[in-house]
Design a protein around this ligand. Structure first.
Ligand code: MN
Length: 310
C-alpha cells in the first residue's frame, strides 16, 4: 500500500517537503524526519524543506529555494491536509504531490496522492510506520526528529489514539538511536523572562469553588508588554495539577477583535458542552469560546461552578 510512496521517491531527483503553517514539533519533526530518511537512503537526491520557522525549528533547517525548483519536483505535504493551512503555496507548482496526515478532517487538496491515518497519534508516528514498512534505513537524525514529534503531539505520551502502536513506533525509533533525554531537557526549559511572566499571572489566579480563573484585560497585557497569544494560550494551563481545582479558565482581551477569548481546561470533566453554549468548541477537556466581554466571562464561570456541583 505504501509502495507507491517509495516508487515516487525513486522516480524524482528533486523532492521538496512542506507542512502546516506556524509549525509545531510534529510538523517540523515530520518534515526533518522525512528529509533525513530520504537523504540517508538516497544520498544523491536533492531534498529541501520549506516553510516558516519558529523555536521548534531548533537547527534552522528551512531552505530558501526559487520557484523554478518546483517544475520537476515531487512535493510532500505533512501533518496537514487542508489547503488553507499548508505553508508555502508553491506546492501547486509541483509535478506531483503526496499528502501524509493523521487528522480526521477531510482533505481539500486537489490532484494529490493522499495518505491519512486518523489512528496515528501524530504524523511522525505515521511516517515512522510507513517507512519502517518500506524497510528504509533510519539514521539517528531521522529517528530523533520523528521521536520529537511523537513526544509533543501525544503530550509526552499521555494522549494516544492507540497506545500500543504509538509506543511500538517510539520503541523502534529508540532502537535507531533517537535522542531522548536532551530533548526532554529542551522541552522543560524556558527563559527566565517567560518564567517571570508565569509567576506574575500565577499570583493573579482567582480560586473559587473548585475553579481557578484569570481575567486579563489590556492594561495587564500592556503592563507586562506581552501580546495576546502569549497570555491567552501560554497562561491557559497555569492552574493545572492542583488537587482541589478541577476546572481552570483563562479570559484574555484581544484588542484586534475587541472580544474576550476564553480558554477552558479540566481534569477528567467534560467541559466542552458549556463552551458550545457560548458559541465555542474544541476537545472534551480542552476547549474555548470567543466572548463579547468580561461580563459574559462571568456567566461562563457561573456555568462551570454549576457543572461542578452536579
Ligand atoms: Mn500532528
Amino acid at each position: 500500500m505504501y509502495k507507491l510512496i517509495d516508487k515516487k521517491i525513486r522516480k524524482y531527483e528533486r523532492i521538496i517537503i512542506h507542512r502546516h503553517k506556524n509549525p509545531d514539533m510534529d510538523a517540523i519533526g515530520s518534515q526533518a524526519g522525512l528529509y533525513y530518511l530520504i537523504k540517508e537512503n538516497f544520498p544523491k537526491k536533492e531534498v529541501y524543506m520549506v516553510g516558516d520557522s519558529n523555536k521548534f525549528d531548533m537547527e534552522n533547517l528551512m531552505h530558501d529555494i526559487p520557484d523554478s525548483y518546483y517544475k520537476d519536483a515531487l512535493v510532500f505535504i505533512l501533518d496537514v491536509a487542508v489547503k488553507e493551512m499548508v505553508c508555502d503555496e508553491r506546492y501547486l507548482l509541483a509535478k506531483e504531490v503526496i499528502v501524509i496526515d493523521h487528522h480526521a478532517n477531510p482533505s481539500d487538496i486537489e490532484d494529490c496522492i493522499l495518505f491519512v491515518d486518523p489512528e496515528s497519534s501524530s504524523a511522525t508516528q505515521y511516517i515512522t510506520e510507513i517507512f519502517k514498512s518500506l524497510n528504509y534505513k533510519f539514521n539517528k537524525e531521522a529517528a530523533s526528529y520523528l521521536f520529537y514529534g511523537m513526544v509533543t503531539d501525544t503530550g509526552r505520551f499521555k494522549w494516544m489514539r492507540k497506545a500500543e502502536t504509538a509506543f511500538a513506533a517510539a520503541s523502534f525509533l529508540a532502537s535507531k538511536g533517537a535522542v531522548i533525554e536532551p530533548f526532554y531537557n529542551w522541552l522543560y526549559t524556558e527563559s527566565l523572562e517567560n518564567r517571570k511572566i508565569k509567576t506574575f499571572f500565577e499570583a493573579r489566579l482567582v480560586y473559587e469553588e473548585g475553579i481557578a480563573y484569570l481575567k486579563n484585560d489590556q492594561d495587564v497585557l500592556d503592563e507586562l508588554g506581552v501580546d495576546f497569544f502569549t497570555v491567552s494560550r501560554g497562561m491557559a494551563n497555569l492552574a493545572s495539577g492542583i488537587e482541589e481545582i478541577k476546572i481552570w479558565l483563562n479570559f484574555t482581551y484581544n484588542k484586534e477583535t475587541d472580544k474576550v477569548m476564553g480558554e477552558f481546561r479540566s481534569r477528567d470533566i467534560n467541559i466542552v458542552e458549556v463552551a458550545k453554549k457560548f458559541g465555542g468548541g474544541g476537545h472534551v477537556y480542552a476547549c474555548g469560546a470567543t466572548l463579547k466581554d468580561f461580563a459574559e466571562a462571568d456567566l461562563v464561570i457561573e456555568e462551570y461552578k454549576k457543572l461542578l456541583k452536579e
